[in-house]
Design a protein around this ligand. Structure first.
Ligand code: XMP
Ligand code: MG
Length: 180
């Protein structure tokens, strides 16, 4: 489909299934090479990254474990208190080669607040794979080690990404169309 409508907004195809799969194979090949002979513990961030993580995982040939976690951001009682909590982190990361799988990094806030919590567990290494990066929007420092696509600041849906809950089911990624 060249375009879809979600909650009365129109989105046009931006990254096709073919383009996505090709790039995901490349990202996995880079991880296979960089971690050759090692075991990697992948942390996929829900909900958005479920489809990306599933496809990416199929292209791995190194010893790979995976855990899906959900991050919850909420405002504390004081206006400055912005906390991110991990739900679902089952194992201690001490001594593990950890690789985070994120669907999209926008301002960088989510991972910026979450990374120290992971580092506190002293993994032997910690790297980030982001399928999409809205680079111009990133205000919080996040060390992204592997990037699928740098994209402009336009809302995207599909391939696990949603607009107000809908749109995750499409195999392509769509971008909000300009108003006519
Ligand atoms: P930060 O700003 O913490 O944001 O890097 C990361 C989270 O913001 C959401 N996000 C989007 N979700 N289409 C989406 O479906 C978008 O264009 C988009 N931009 C940001 C997303 O939940 C991501 O994990
Ligand atoms: Mg996400």
């Amino acid at each position: 489909m060249a375009s879809i409508t979600i909650h009365e907004k129109r989105f046009s195809v931006y990254l096709s299934d073919e383009v996505l799969q090709k790039r995901i194979r490349e990202l996995a090949a880079a991880i296979n090479a960089d971690y050759a002979g090692k075991k990697v513990y992948f942390l996929a961030i829900l909900n958005g990254s479920f489809m990306f993580a599933a496809d990416f995982f199929k292209y791995l040939t190194i010893d790979s474990e995976i855990c899906f976690i959900k991050l919850v951001s909420y405002k504390g009682l004081k206006s400055s208190g912005e906390v991110t909590t991990a739900i679902g982190l089952e194992e201690d990361l001490h001594g593990k080669n950890v690789v985070i799988l994120e669907d999209i990094i926008d301002t960088g806030k989510t991972l910026h607040y979450f990374l120290p919590q992971l580092l506190h567990q002293q993994p032997s290494s910690l790297k980030i794979v982001a399928l999409l990066h809205k680079q111009e929007m990133t205000k919080y420092e996040v060390p992204i080690d592997y990037t699928g696509f740098v994209i402009p600041n336009k809302f995207v849906v599909g391939y696990g990404l949603d607009y107000d809950g809908l749109g995750r089911n499409y195999k392509d990624i769509y971008q909000l169309a300009d108003e006519e």
